[in-house]
Ligand binder design. Sequence first.
Ligand code: ADP
Ligand code: MG
Length: 456
Amino acid sequence: MPISDEDLHTAMHAYLRRNNPEICRHWFDRIAVLGIERGVLRLLVDEPVRLKYLQRTCLAAFTEAVQSVTGQLLAVRFIGPDGLGGEQPQPTTNHASGSMNETSVMLDEQMVLSPDYSFDGFVVGPGNRLAHAAAMAVASKLGRAYNPFFVHGGVGLGKTHLLQAICQQLLRQQPTARISYISCSTFMDAFHDCVKAGRMGEFRHRFRNVDLLVIDDIHFLSKHEQTQEEFFHTFNALHQSGRQIVLSSDAAPAEIPDLEERLVSRFNSGLVARMERPCYETRVNILKAKARLHNLQMPDDVPAYVAARIDSNIRELEGALTKVRGLAMATGREIDLELAKEAIGGDPLSQGRGNPQPNIQAILDAVVRYYDIKLTDLLGKRRHKSVALPRQVCMWLARRHTRYSLEEIGGYLGGRDHTTVLHAIRQVDTKQTRDERLKADVDRIQQVLQAAPNEA
Ligand code: ADP
Ligand code: MG
């Protein structure tokens, strides 16, 4: 007997929540079942960013869920609000082709927006009120509210979230807006590639023909004189024609080392908003919002406890929530205070005073979060600068903060031998004396490692 669309919807979501809770979001309720046609289940999704998320991250899980619920060998296809996006995702979509399978927006492959990072999901508190208000104004009055809009603050305080929220809000209001959202390192890579290949025309076309240019972590321009020069012209071209520029950074414009004076003054010419660490109430509210997003039920004393233990940044807060959820799943228990204490109570990072010595796992975690890289890359064989330096920093920190031998440290870091470890430690030692940014990075990671938590 064929299953009704409604029953299919319910059973599929129950299956996903049981087997793939990490991908589930509260808005999955709003995915509509359009029916099964020639072996394909069609699912309607209300927003382009959600559509992309589903296509990118959830296709396999949905397929498994549908097959298991119906007992039939069905395929799944996610359809966007405009009836597009019916094709399977193509990771190498060429934005220049204006392919009709994409939304009409310039969503190039760099533009990966997380549906979690919207204004709806952003909790406002004293530390981010100005930045949030300005971001809302920027999204609704493109180029006319604050241009440029420059937001800065420490790691994990919500800069990327806010930048993506601006993009998503604009996409909702003006689905045809041309947006380029890109990390500074990708921007720099694109620049170098185009210089090498003699394709500067293409580069300029790509970044100067947009309504909104958003560059995350612009502090990475530090010391890159050539890219600074090019970016200066990109900036002027956009600014002069009233197009919006949004930038984030870990420091205020004048505090970014080795940034050309003319860029500092451009950055300061619009609105500069600083994001601060969240206060206790905000931390509690953020935890509740994240729990709602992931459909997690928990009594109020759980967020209260977690927020009291962890005050460094919001990424850490989320990490703690993930641990709580993980323990609940692993043991099949409901989330309550007891479980939360078990899940994060033994965390060496948040134990602080009683345990001034971080263990290697804590160092790995801190480095991975700080540089926003994957643990597998850190421990793996890749030698690209983006992972090689964090790996060296990791070895340096392990040597400094634990009692492990060089051999043991090498063992933890993907089975490297002691000479590699020794070399890495020397490198970090010498580089730190010349490279202020590296020194600041290392200092900050050490602060994270040593941060004493609030008393619970
Ligand atoms: P940053 O770019 O400043 O390092 P992110 O934007 O990546 O920080 O934020 C880290 C995590 O914390 C993200 O998962 C983000 O959703 C969450 N977060 C930060 N600020 C808030 C907030 N005000 N409300 C809800 N979530 C937040
Ligand atoms: Mg960020």
